[in-house]
Design a protein around this ligand. Structure first.
Ligand SMILES: Cc1ncc(COP(=O)(O)O)c(C=O)c1O
Length: 430
């Protein structure tokens, strides 16, 4: 596979951007490969600067649930951009999107649009602190909630593979109120509440962790979090930047039937445009300015192009609930296929996932938290990634990310990918 143009761009990129990228995972540092530069995309495929086609299992890290360039989103974006890119003023589209999300998700009565998942989390935690009058926040090791200072404590995703789980440049004062618990271990949460009585403002969790690879919540874990927050007058925040509108139109809170106090969104609700949002009960959201004293603002918040793109995507999902059945069963089909291959080659690896999110872990441990996820053999993952890329599979370039399936993928795409995976493990033996 010729990737001459990508390689040339990579040399130029490294001269003018830190590490050649605008987000670390794109540098492919964890897989020992030069990154692929994408020129265009359509449906389930991305095409690079050299004209190679890849089946895309990243989907822009989640937003492209309908596949790339869905005509409904493209025409919404075209229509709005001809009317204006941004006004910094109220628009109908932001009302429609807010109404739609509030009507779909029972725990969201009011919502505020922002520009990224990072901003959504940062603002939701500020609202939780403002509402409760308390400072401390419990998060889980390996859960990534964006790069706000206070959240860069044992965060997953890119921070796991760059080997800097705690970032430089984050003063200790910024993280002194961030407490880390162990995912799927409710006793670790209980201990933190006991040691910090009446000081915990909120617990924030990815209801399905997808930034240490996919780690699903064990039975009762989310419900127990709800209970412990109630008992301690702390708010429960679900970070649904990945799971929101991916597991269904009610997101993970609907899927698991556990209602958080606040929810954060991003990705899917922008249809591929930069977006984020946080919402929850009216009583809590009323602390946000100008209604209340928690300040939060944004020049491009509720940007009309992003709102129209998000509206088009959410409407398409609501009008075709079959999409969820399809992508979830394709996800299951892929997981089953991978398990069969692992068994056939007598390997100790495991496959985690739920719905359209999956991870193949190169580890002999059951992956249920950050500690077990870190036991994965990243060297073998790197070889797997490089082999699969050469065969035209655009997989996440890190062991600690999710494979995303979209409505554009077909069983034939998954079969081809499974065949390639089978070939990889055969080649490894020889
Ligand atoms: C669960 C979760 N929260 C927050 C974020 C941060 O979102 P953004 O990258 O839009 O700032 C991410 C990003 O992947 C995420 O997966």
């Amino acid at each position: 596979m010729n990737r001459e143009n990508s390689d040339m761009l990579w040399e130029r990129a490294k001269r003018v951007m830190p590490g050649g990228v605008n987000s670390p995972v794109r540098a492919y540092a964890a897989v020992g490969e030069n990154p692929v530069f994408i020129k265009r995309a359509k449906g389930q495929y991305v095409y690079d600067e050299d004209g190679n086609r890849y089946t895309d299992y990243i989907g822009s890290w989640g937003p492209m649930i309908l596949g790339h360039n869905d005509p409904r989103i493209v025409s919404a974006v075209k229509r709005q951009s001809e009317l204006g890119m941004s006004y910094g003023a109220c628009t109908k589209a932001e009302v429609l999107l807010a109404e739609l999300i509030c009507s779909l998700v029972p725990c969201v009565e009011m919502i505020r649009m922002v520009n990224s998942g990072t901003e959504a989390v940062m603002s939701a935690v500020r609202a939780a602190r403002g509402f409760t009058g308390k400072s401390k926040v419990i998060k889980f090791e390996g859960c990534y909630h964006g790069h706000a200072d206070m959240m860069l404590v044992r965060a997953g995703s890119g921070t796991m593979t760059t080997g800097s789980p705690d970032s430089l440049g984050v003063p200790e004062g910024c993280v002194k109120d961030t407490l880390s618990a162990v995912y799927n271990d409710i006793d670790s949460v209980k201990r933190l509440f006991e040691r910090n009585r009446n000081e915990i403002a909120c617990v924030i969790a990815e209801p399905v962790a997808a930034n240490m690879g996919v780690v699903t919540p064990e039975k009762g874990f989310l419900r127990d979090l709800r209970k412990i927050c109630n008992e301690n007058n702390a708010l429960l925040i679900f970070d649904e930047v990945i799971t929101g509108f991916r597991l269904g139109t009610e997101g993970a809170s609907g899927y698991f039937d556990v209602r958080p106090d606040l929810v954060t969104y991003g990705k899917i609700i922008g249809g591929g445009m930069p977006v984020g949002a946080y919402g929850g009960r009216k009583g809590i959201m009323s602390v946000v300015s100008p209604l209340g004293g928690v300040y939060q603002a944004g020049t491009l918040s509720g940007n009309p192009v992003a709102m129209e793109a998000g509206l088009a995507q959410l409407k398409a999902l609501c009008e075709n609930p079959q999409i969820y059945e399809n992508i979830n069963s394709l996800g299951e089909y892929m997981r089953e296929g991978l398990r069969t291959i692992i068994e056939k080659h007598n390997l100790p690896y495991s496959v985690n996932g739920i719905g359209s999110l999956s991870t193949l872990f190169f580890s002999d441990k059951k992956i249920r938290d950050y500690g077990s996820a870190k036991s994965s053999d990243r060297e073998t993952f790197g070889r797997f990634f490089r082999f699969m890329l050469k065969r035209g599979n655009f997989l996440p370039p890190s062991q600690f990310e999710a494979i995303f399936i979209s409505a554009a993928h077909t069983k034939a795409d998954i079969d081809r990918t499974l065949n390639d995976a089978d070939d990889f493990f055969t080649a490894e033996k020889n």
